[in-house]
Design a protein around this ligand. Structure first.
Ligand SMILES: Nc1nc2c(ncn2[C@@H]2O[C@H](COP(=O)(O)OP(=O)(O)O)[C@@H](O)[C@H]2O)c(=O)[nH]1
Ligand SMILES: [Mg+2]
Length: 292
């Protein structure tokens, strides 16, 4: 898939030309010891990048599930369990609010233990491990780097085509992080992934029709957490998502005339409340069913 700009709903959204982005990331990959991959804790599968597996080569990986404050805690635990492997550590964080340096340092040291031990065996003083942060737009990469740096890092290298020396953020004596993250594109081609990215606000609203996004979200909520709907809107429940929206509109008086729901207002309000966690904490994917 190429983003040529014309007629493309993805315009202004990709970091530049995909080929260039890929080459740039692969160059950076060669100078780091490991990769810190951010994914959204609410959609750990849909927020991963299909090409990272190829780009990452054999590098150890720390997966950070961001926005854990918005996700279902029990499912986050399941995902962490599922994602951990020999060369992969996993950690869930509320990046803006919690002290992230200690858990990240511990995870990096755990992941890189073999390499650090080898340096020591050879009589070398262990140097900080160099990591590159990668992830799809909006997942929390800049917030993560700024919090590790304890200051705001100027993102001058964000423009495509601007080559400059690699700059490192010194976190502590154990970690250095590349000051510009690698921006990856999500799985647009998979319909359900696209829906989940839209539901959680990872992609711009214009990309997908709001009615379809809301109907999908409501259908899944009715199956997984009908009590969230009941509690928030205090309506008589119904199995048809559209009828549920009609009842919400009726209750909130989002109507044009007596029996006609103001769809735009109803859908927009619902989506905003859902994204602001007004209905409850929600994880949209489970490790078994959605962990392709
Ligand atoms: N609730 C919550 N919001 C977060 C978290 N991490 C990042 N954000 C918010 O997500 C938005 C996008 O973050 P940003 O760092 O700009 O993402 P980037 O595009 O990957 O660099 C910002 O509004 C952040 O405040 C988190 O763990 N929890
Ligand atoms: Mg950013």
């Amino acid at each position: 898939m190429e983003n040529k700009g014309q007629n493309s709903t993805n315009i202004n959204w990709f970091p530049g030309h995909m080929t260039r982005a890929k080459r740039d990331m692969s160059e950076k990959m060669s100078v780091v010891d490991m990769v810190i991959e951010l994914r959204d804790a609410r959609i750990p599968n849909a927020s991963k990048n299909p090409l990272l597996e190829e780009l990452i080569q054999q590098k150890p990986r720390l997966i950070i599930l961001s926005k854990k404050d918005k996700a279902d805690p029990a499912l986050t635990k399941d995902w962490i369990q599922f994602l951990k492997k020999d060369d992969t550590e996993a950690l869930a964080l509320d990046i803006p609010s919690e002290n992230i340096i200690n858990p990240v340092t511990d995870a990096v040291k755990q992941l890189m233990k073999a390499k650090i031990d080898k340096m020591k065996e050879r009589g070398m003083k262990p140097r900080p491990m160099r990591a590159m942060v990668v992830g799809i737009p909006n997942v929390g990469k800049s917030t993560f780097i700024n919090r590790l740096a304890k200051k705001k890092i100027a993102q001058t290298g964000d423009r495509p085509g601007v080559t400059r020396a690699l700059q490192w953020v010194k976190v502590n004596r154990d970690i250095d992080v590349l000051d510009t993250p690698g921006v990856l594109w999500p799985k647009f081609d998979d319909e359900r992934c696209g829906m989940l990215l839209a539901i959680t606000g990872a992609i711009r609203d214009e990309i997908l029709p709001i009615e379809e996004v809301c109907m999908t979200a409501m259908r899944e909520l009715l199956a997984l957490h009908p009590e969230y709907i009941q509690k928030r809107y205090q309506i008589d429940m119904h199995e048809d998502p559209y009828v549920v929206f009609q009842r919400i509109a009726e209750k909130r008086k989002y109507c044009r005339s007596r029996n006609e729901m103001d769809e735009k207002r109803t859908f927009e309000t619902f989506l905003k409340e859902l994204r602001d966690d007004k209905l409850g904490r929600m994880t949209w994917e489970t490790p078994d069913a959605d962990s392709k």
